[in-house]
Design a protein around this ligand. Sequence first.
Ligand SMILES: [Zn+2]
Length: 273
Amino acid sequence: MPELPEVETTRRGIAPTVEGRELRRLIVREPRLRWPVPADLAALVEGRRVLATGRRGKYLLMQFEHGWLIVHLGMSGSLRHVHPDEAPRKHDHVDWVFDQAVLRLHDPRRFGAVLWHDAAAGPVESHPLLASLGIEPFDDRFDGGWLFRHTRRRSAPIKQALLMGDIVVGVGNIYASESLFRAGIHPRTAAGRISAARYDKLAAAVRATLDDAIRAGGSSLRDYVGAGGESGYFQIDARVYDRAGQPCRVCATPIRRLVQGQRATYYCPKCQR
Ligand SMILES: [Zn+2]
């Protein structure tokens, strides 16, 4: 599943193609995504200039003068540059046609979305899909104090509290395990019982983990294709994720796996308390 680093990598990849450019055509071959692509969407955006790209959580944003396109890659979606003459393949559902390039949304499982938020309805952050999202991990306000304040009455394990996305966005399953390892926090620890000092470490670890993944071009996932169209991309150098039984890179204790909320968690029983 594309996570925040993949979406941010995609945003950076498409920004030079779309920012400041006029969208000539929007071709919707299959409107039945997670939510239907609005029937009037092409008429709304064709001939209009994309002012900027943005991202909120895992939602990719294209800002126009009169509103925003909100794009989600779902479970299996990717957005890539294609040559204008390249015939669409199966599952190529939407094209953004610019003078110099075509962006193509490929989404076999159709859990993705292409939606419109009109400027008349207020800032895009007020869209129902975005309004309840937690803070961005790279927002200046995100720090240990933020985590501490937003977890005081939470008895859920910290791993699951991070995955919820209402405290901070973008900490998906792989990144939650990796961040907790870097911070030395056991994934089963109740979120409400972690000290401010340990949350300072965790906030720094979350940022460092996501930053590493973004630098690496997003971590491994089968269906993801970078915006440049390359099929291979970097797997993060995981310290614990998917390393059950292998020695901890700090203390050589075998890494353990446990299941929390049907998701696998990996941790070092010695380094994480
Ligand atoms: Zn260890």
